[in-house]
Structure formats: C-alpha cells, structure tokens
Design a protein around this ligand. Structure first.
Ligand code: HEM
Length: 202
C-alpha cells in the first residue's frame, strides 16, 4: 500500500495497481495544493463570504432581538436580503473552486485531526447552502435592485414559505454556532503556536 494525496484527501492505494496510481498522481499534480496555502481565489472568496455572512448574522440576530428601531430594522432587513441574494453566485463559485483545487494538506495535524477539520468545513458548506436555499424559497415579496432587476418570489405566500422561514431561522442559529466554533478553533491554534491563518493569508 502507498499513501498519496488526491484532491485534498489522503488515499491509500495498492502499489500493484499502477494504472490507478498513475491516474491519481496525474490528477494530484493538477488539482491538489501541495503548498500549505489555499489558492488565491479560494482566499478571496473565503474572506468575501466571511464579511457577508458575519455581517448578515450579526445584524440579523440584532434585528431579531429588537436592538434596532423599526425604521433601521426594516432598512437592514431589505439590504441583507439583496446582499445575500447577490452573494449566492459567489458561494456557488466557492464550492466549485473548493472541489477543483481541494485543500492544502496540513502535515502539522494528524490524519484524524484533518478528517475532523475537513468534516467541520464540509458541514459549514452544507449549512450555508441550507440557509441560502431556504432564504430564497421563503421570500414572499419582490426584491428590487435599484430599478434594474426584480427577483420574484419562487413560491406563493402560504404554509410552504412559512415552513422555509422556520428552516431558515434554525439553520441560521446552527450556522452562528458553527462559525463561533470555527473562529474559536482558529484562535485556539494560533495561541498554541500553529499559524493557521497563514493558510488563508495573501
Ligand atoms: C462567516 C464566516 C466564515 C465562514 C463561513 C468560514 C468558512 C470556512 C470554510 C468553509 C473553510 C474551509 C475552506 C475549504 O477548505 O474549502 C474555512 C477555512 C478557514 N477559515 Fe474560515 N470562515 C469564516 C470566517 C473566518 C474567520 C473570521 C477566520 C479568522 C479568524 C477564518 C479563518 C479560516 C482559516 C485560517 C481557514 C483554513 C483552515 C484550514 O484549512 O485548516 N475564517 N473557513
């Protein structure tokens, strides 16, 4: 058996199956980031997503807890719906680049730690997808971007849009918890001397 890295994952392949090995190694050269860095496009999309999602999460919960006046709450709500709708194609691009480039394989962590980290990142992607899809499907009114583009609700107002509103609320809470864990984990490693932010720095 031989261990190789393919599309960001460590694989064990039978040394006898040379064909599979050659194909995997060819793919490996093309797709996997052998240096301990994400691709610049992945970094750009990560920090863009972080800005949009942290803004929407912090202001969204502040509105829900009644911190803003009614006038501000309405303005923030309208802005956030447009912002997050515009964010959808960037998030789709992020998933495509994540699949294509894979992840840098960080040898400072054990295989089990890497599996845990990768699983957490995968869950974050899934929960963001649920938040965005439920957000689009719960829409009950037109969304206008200036006077240029109108996004019409996909489902007619009723029980189904209300059900998506519930899914949206709970998935936003789960996402906030995941982000808290993600950011805490990054700081934990930094404090312990493992410079993890470097992987996402330009
Ligand atoms: C809304 C906010 C955020 C979201 C949704 C988010 C999501 C993610 C995801 C999904 C990954 C894995 C990327 C991949 O492998 O494709 C990642 C990696 C990373 N994030 Fe974030 N992130 C956020 C905020 C932050 C913040 C504020 C920091 C810094 C404190 C940070 C630091 C990092 C670092 C250093 C990595 C690389 C970790 C590794 O590969 O071991 N993130 N983030």
């Amino acid at each position: 058996m031989k261990n190789i890295f393919f599309a960001g994952s460590e694989l064990s392949v039978n040394a006898g199956s040379t064909d599979a090995l050659h194909i995997a190694e060819k793919q490996n050269q093309k797709n996997t980031l052998n240096v301990n860095h994400y691709h610049p496009i992945q970094k750009l999309l990560h920090w863009m997503s972080a800005l949009v999602i942290l803004w929407a999460t912090i202001t969204g919960f502040s509105v829900a807890f009644g911190i803003f006046s009614e006038e501000y709450a309405k303005a923030i709500g309208n802005f956030n719906v447009s912002l997050t709708l515009l964010f959808v194609p960037f998030f789709v691009a992020r998933i495509i680049f994540a699949i294509y480039f894979g992840k840098p394989v960080d040898q400072r962590f054990t295989k089990n730690q890497r599996t845990l980290i990768n699983t957490m990142h995968f869950i974050i992607y899934v929960v963001i997808s649920i938040v965005l899809i439920s957000g689009v499907l719960m829409m009950e009114r037109d969304i206008v971007f200036g006077s240029y583009f109108i996004f019409k609700p996909i489902i007619e107002q009723g029980d189904v849009t209300q059900a998506f509103l519930e899914i949206h609320r709970y998935s936003c809470i789960v996402l906030a918890l995941l982000l808290f864990i993600h950011i805490s984990a990054v700081f934990h490693h930094q404090v312990k001397g493992v410079n993890i932010i470097k992987k996402m720095s330009f």
